[in-house]
Design a protein around this ligand. Sequence first.
Ligand SMILES: *[C@@H]1O[C@H](CO)[C@@H](O)[C@H](O)[C@H]1NC(C)=O
Ligand SMILES: *[C@@H]1O[C@H](CO)[C@@H](O)[C@H](O)[C@H]1NC(C)=O
Ligand SMILES: [Zn+2]
Length: 545
Amino acid sequence: MRSLLTCLVTVCVAAACVRGDRYHPADPGSRAAATVVNRAETSANYWAQEAQAAIKARLEHKESVKKARNVVMFLGDGMSVPTLAAARTLLGQRRGETGEEAKMNFEKFPTVGLAKTYCVNAQVPDSACTATAYLCGVKTNSGVIGLNAEVVRGDCEASTDASRHVKSIAEWALDDGRDVGIVTTTRVTHASPAGVFAKVANRSWEFDHSVVLAGFDPDRCPDIAYQLVHKHPGNKFKVILGGGRRNFVPDNVLDDEERYGRRTDNRHLINEWNKDKEDRGVSHKYVWNREQLMSLKEDLPEYILGLLHRTHMRYHMQSNPTRDPTLAEMTEIAIRSLSRNEKGFFLFVEGGRIDHGHHDNFAELALDETLEMDKAVARAAELLSEDDSLIVVTADHAHVMAFNGYSRRGHDILGPSRDLDEDGVPYMTLSYTNGPGFRAHVDGKRPNVTAESNYRDLEWQAHVDVPLDSETHGGDDVAVFARGPHHSMFTGLYEQSQLPHLMAYAACIGPGRHACSGATHVLGQPVLLLALFILLTSQSQERYI
Ligand SMILES: *[C@@H]1O[C@H](CO)[C@@H](O)[C@H](O)[C@H]1NC(C)=O
Ligand SMILES: *[C@@H]1O[C@H](CO)[C@@H](O)[C@H](O)[C@H]1NC(C)=O
Ligand SMILES: [Zn+2]
């Protein structure tokens, strides 16, 4: 009885009193009469037809059960589920629509699953242990790449034991005679792409001097850039595209953009990469800007190394379009190059700066980077057949951006909620639990951030509750989208470390069970034995069947 009474209270918000229950004010955003936004949606038939069309498409869709010759994995670093909802809304709103109903390209894929992202020693993970999970199929400790959880971050000595090294799906692909490429908007030595090739106890060891600074010998524990150029499997990659040039150049040598490198071992790893390919007598090309990269399209060399920025590549919204290629452009070059191998390929593509946008409380940049990755997915989906190419799109971990308030349909996703706080002060629809952007309260009230002079600039930071230099990752699950052979294997809720096993299953590579060899398992079953019997006898005894 009491709960019933407390349920039906009158909620007063900033002078406007509306009737509702204590948890759900009747229409908190309401300062004007409700208006219909999309007229067609008022009809029940509209929604029934929408659903029926989806059922029809699902029934007509034929899942390929062929071997996945090619596998492309797209990784949206930090692309949490709220990021997907916000990005698709922004996509629609940029087209002048309400937005919520829009779909990114990969959101149209036939299968969606959820992956659990915790690591062996972490409730909320980082990009290193998660990369080891979704590329090597093994969960490990935070900060550790390509090594099992017997190694903790920073333990150089433990990492030298080869029994602790784990292989990535790239190695499984190479073992099968397929080609491998990596494409990222971050430094190519950053944690996510490093998961494709590196075995390193500390993700910070991107160049030799960082190993020295930690008190270790880079000969014993080689840095990530060195491993990419000189060690298996990095030295066999046909395509390497991204940022991070400084980690390949000595600190007393100027790079292509007249900036010094960071290495203290006097190694010029770009020259060494060239030399290695010359020694092997294979065609190869190093490029450092968009123009050079795009010129390769006409006559693709066998090996491409593109280090397109000194550190991470610029955010797409802050890039120089003549100097910086888009993720879609890099993805296309990689696919065209790798497609020359008849046996197929594994390509890793990372939208790496979604994560950085979130960490800095730059929601618009994080969402735009998500949409840029979606364009790269669309390009890959155009270039590769659903029949023989598996495309998987996922994230490594979540972030703490909330999509909150009670705004009405079509409300500007990047603006303040139509709701106000208890003091009548606005708050942002997309806001972070923690991170940079804390503002002290004034007279016991939150300040009005929408009145700030740089409000809504690309690098304007919304209010946060917990002040931190960098917003944190989230511990929630991430979505997995799949298209192509055996895509339905990716449905359900599972450990993130299952992902490479599932991809390898579809591609028939690696140590586990395979879709192709699955035939030997099923053959033992009576129905299939009968079918085989019928097949074998059908030619001679046709009339009896
Ligand atoms: C990882 O390496 C960086 C760079 O050398 C160092 O500052 C940091 O302390 C190391 N982390 C651990 C846990 O050893
Ligand atoms: C907050 O600032 C905006 C923009 O200046 C203004 O329109 C609005 O009235 C302010 N709200 C409050 C409660 O101060
Ligand atoms: Zn991060």
